[in-house]
Design a binder for this molecule. Structure first.
Ligand code: FEO
Ligand code: CA
Ligand code: CA
Ligand code: CA
Length: 677
């Protein structure tokens, strides 16, 4: 029998202190356990993980750098269930891998080859630890374990065939030697934030995919006057750019050659090389976690950029659906997609889930956010009907497919607001307001120098930080969380109001320009990244991926009970200028949290980022990810585990070897209560 839920006070737990320990710390009365770590076998025939760099077969093992994650319930007979609390599928992004010089050094016995060319066997292993996993997990008594031989277990890697869907399907921009019809590509890459559709599928956002491609030092002239050069530069690939891991040097096979995005062939359409390959990455990808034989689909209508999470607004029968999304690079934008189709509640349980995705995610309008200083803002549609796009001189758009594939350029054309790195977004189930974590921005300056430095503005008002009241650091290293309330039209509104819910800061910092939310030692944090509202408790969970405060504390997760847009006050930040006088920036600061509305819930092991969050629908089991513990280990110290900055999770008794491993953990409350109470 399940114990009754005790009388519940949300955020009733005792706040966790900042910590530099190599451990996951949760409040008294809670338990955190590892359920699924890098290398864990996902089939009956895959060998146990030795964790010494000799393991292979990563196509049937857990990938690396666990990130965004969603939960999909299973009934006792293995059919989809929205109420399951003890048998579920986790769909998990495996974003990247821990590297310093080309190779993923913890994945190879000797740390791998740190010069080009890279051996094929090393490239094959590194490719396979990227992508997405679906893994079944079950609860027996109070213990959750993953099911090694579940028929649902699945890996998608950067080599798995995927369909192009939406406006870019069949478009010339996606023609490659692999798919001359531009309808398919291989795989998904650098999967970061996630989302769950109202019809029960998984959305995964492709983030820093551009860094995996190389371009030859003479590619601009090879392309001549082709406008693709403008696009490649806008997406961070100047000619001569080196790839992160050198995978293109693995051999002659196309699976290596594809990472060279240079124009090499003689064709006019790209059908004989991979000059267009980068155009097939950077999307929100939909997959059906229940049907492992069906190809995932890249939903090009949602735009191509460095995607984080994809968060749906309220699904109301008869109204279009809305999906909010951010582009995580410095000075990039916030977007929303509004479906052409109106929501039909019957689609929540449609048998063909990917066909339902076709209905809602392949046709609609893509908008970008433009904020005004007075606390209002506009959603601007990215379409050929917008004169600013049709007439844009730096890049001549051909059609909607071109706009979707080059969404950053279209957003430039309409003068959207450049933000401090939009990471995850989530919608408050209590009122439909949408929250975006703006993680940090080293390019925000009170007195900007050369481009791309920007002056602070209302929605991105901080330009330097007073570190512990002792020194000044330029930029916005601690980040903030902005929130928006749609106009009267709701999902289809083209206007909104906004304020800044919360500013990251060190508690000891001054409150005039930095600790604007007046955070205490139980609340202070830096660089918000993961942000998820629980649909069950309404708690807003904030996870950090920080470099600015890690001398004091490892990355963390906080629980928040926020108010609403406009509950605070207009505030003017006055930055002293070198030549005298001040730069005055007006912003709107949400009501400061109290000890009962914001509390640190968890601190992770050394060198990790906290990310991903999903719960069973009773709110009693929460899954989160510990990404890249020990990332700051010097690769030269691979042979000496004592010099690893982290030995988690082996130091908790999980698995063989001492090399640190990204992992999914489950958090439960010892009295059987809900997480966050
Ligand atoms: Fe993969 Fe923007 O974090
Ligand atoms: Ca992130
Ligand atoms: Ca981040
Ligand atoms: Ca990371």
């Amino acid at each position: 029998p399940v114990p009754p839920v005790p009388a519940e006070i949300l955020l009733g737990f005792t706040a966790v202190s900042k910590s530099l320990a190599d451990a996951v710390i949760v409040p008294a009365g809670y338990t955190a356990s590892v359920v699924y770590a890098l290398g864990d076998p996902l089939s009956a025939s895959t060998a146990a993980y030795k964790n010494d760099g000799t393991d292979v077969d990563f196509e049937t093992r857990a990938g690396d750098h666990h990130d965004g994650m969603e939960l999909f319930g299973l009934s006792a007979t293995g059919t989809p269930s929205v109420s399951a609390t003890d048998r579920v599928l986790l769909a998990i992004n495996h974003e990247a891998t821990t590297d310093q010089t080309l190779s993923s050094f913890f994945l190879h016995a000797n740390g791998g080859t740190k010069t080009l060319p890279r051996p094929a066997a090393e490239v094959d292993k590194e490719t396979a630890i990227h992508g997405v996993a679906v893994v079944e997990v079950r609860k027996s008594g109070t213990t959750w374990t993953y099911v090694k031989d579940s028929a649902f277990n699945r890996r998608i890697t950067p080599l798995t065939e995927v369909e192009i869907s939406g406006p870019a399907r069949g478009n010339a921009l996606l023609v490659t030697k692999f798919s001359t019809a531009a309808t398919r590509t291989r795989g998904t890459l650098n999967n970061c934030g996630a989302g769950k559709t109202p019809w029960g599928t998984f959305l995964t956002g492709e983030e820093n995919w551009n860094g995996y491609f190389t371009r030859s030092a003479t590619d601009d002239s090879a392309r001549g006057s082709d406008k693709s050069v403008v696009s490649l530069k806008r997406y961070g690939r100047n000619q001569g750019a080196a790839s992160r891991h050198g995978w293109e040097t693995g051999g002659a096979d196309d699976k290596y050659a594809r990472w060279n995005n240079s124009k090499l062939g003689a064709s006019t359409d790209g059908s004989d090389d991979y000059r267009n390959e980068m155009n097939s990455m950077g999307f929100v990808v939909e997959m059906d976690p229940y049907e492992k034989t069906r190809l995932a689909k890249k939903r090009s209508a949602l735009g191509r950029y460095a995607h984080e999470s994809a968060a749906f607004g309220p699904a109301t029968a008869g109204q279009p659906l809305v999906v909010y999304m951010g582009d995580d690079s410095r000075n990039e934008y916030i977007y929303k997609f509004v479906s052409s189709a109106a929501w039909s509640a019957a689609d929540a349980t449609a048998a063909d889930r990917l066909a339902t995705g076709d209905k809602y995610l392949d046709s609609g309008k893509l908008f970008v956010a433009k904020y005004a200083a007075d606390g209002t803002g506009q959603w601007i549609e990215l379409a050929m009907s917008n004169a600013a796009i049709a007439a844009y001189a730096p890049y001549k758009f051909a059609d909607l497919a071109d706009i979707c594939v080059n969404a950053r350029l279209a957003a430039d054309a309409v003068g959207a607001t450049k933000m401090d790195r939009p990471e995850w977004c989530s919608v408050n189930p209590a009122n439909g307001e949408v929250y975006f974590a703006l993680t940090n921005n080293s390019n925000r300056r009170a007195e900007p120098g050369a481009s791309p430095q920007l002056a602070p503005d209302g929605p991105n008002p901080r330009a330097y930080t007073d570190l512990k009241g002792t020194s000044i650091q330029a930029g916005n290293p601690n980040g903030h969380i902005i929130r928006m309330k749609e106009g009267a039209a709701g999902n289809t509104a083209t206007t909104f109001t906004w304020d800044v819910y919360l500013f990251g800061a060190e508690a000891a910092a001054g409150t005039a320009l930095v600790n604007l939310s007046k955070l205490t030692n139980d609340q202070d944090f830096s660089s918000p990244d993961g942000l998820v509202f629980s649909p069950y408790t309404g708690i807003c969970w904030v996870q950090t991926d920080d470099g600015a405060y890690t001398d004091v504390t490892n990355c963390m997760m906080l629980a928040a009970l926020p108010g609403k847009v406009g509950d605070g006050a207009k505030t003017t930040l006055s930055y002293p200028k070198a030549a005298g006088g001040t730069l005055d920036v007006d912003t709107f600061v949400g009501k400061a949290p109290t000890a009962n509305t914001l509390k640190r819930f968890l601190v992770g092991p050394v060198g990790c980022e906290i990310t991903g969050l999903c719960e069973t629908p009773d709110g009693k089991s929460m899954f989160i990810n510990i990404q890249h513990p020990g990332e700051n280990t010097d690769q030269a110290n691979l042979a000496d585990p004592a010099k690893y900055t982290s030995q988690w999770p082996s130091n908790t008794g999980y698995g063989a070897g001492k090399r640190p491993r990204s992992a999914t953990i489950v958090i439960t409350k010892n009295d059987g209560g809900r997480i966050g109470s």
